[in-house]
Design a protein around this ligand. Structure first.
Ligand SMILES: [Zn+2]
Length: 99
């Protein structure tokens, strides 16, 4: 599986998740990470998943970051992007109708 530069950014971001949540990132790395999150729904969703895992177990197991997991995530991100590209978010112009 060939990774594009943008996908590598996602893999990098995924690897930074635990450090980010532990506050172990430098201010610069943290800014970079947050900048990526702002532009990437996939990584944002993953961050929430990891947060939920930490809440449930108190820690993130190393197995959570196995290469297979990263590959699956990159696929997921590709889907997110494909959906974004194919279908730009339509404005929610449906009028709200009360009961
Ligand atoms: Zn990403």
């Amino acid at each position: 599986m060939r990774l594009l530069a943008r996908d590598l950014a996602c893999v990098e971001a995924v690897e930074l998740v635990t450090d980010y949540l532990e506050g172990a990132l430098s201010r610069r790395a943290r800014r970079r990470y947050e900048h990526h999150l702002a532009a990437c729904d996939g990584c944002e969703a993953y961050l929430e998943q990891v947060r939920a895992t930490i809440r449930a177990t108190g820690q993130v197991e190393p197995k959570d970051l196995e290469p297979e997991t990263l590959d699956a995530l990159v696929d997921l991100y590709r889907q997110f992007r494909a959906e974004d590209a194919a279908e730009p978010t339509p404005p929610t112009d449906e009028p709200e109708q009360g009961p």
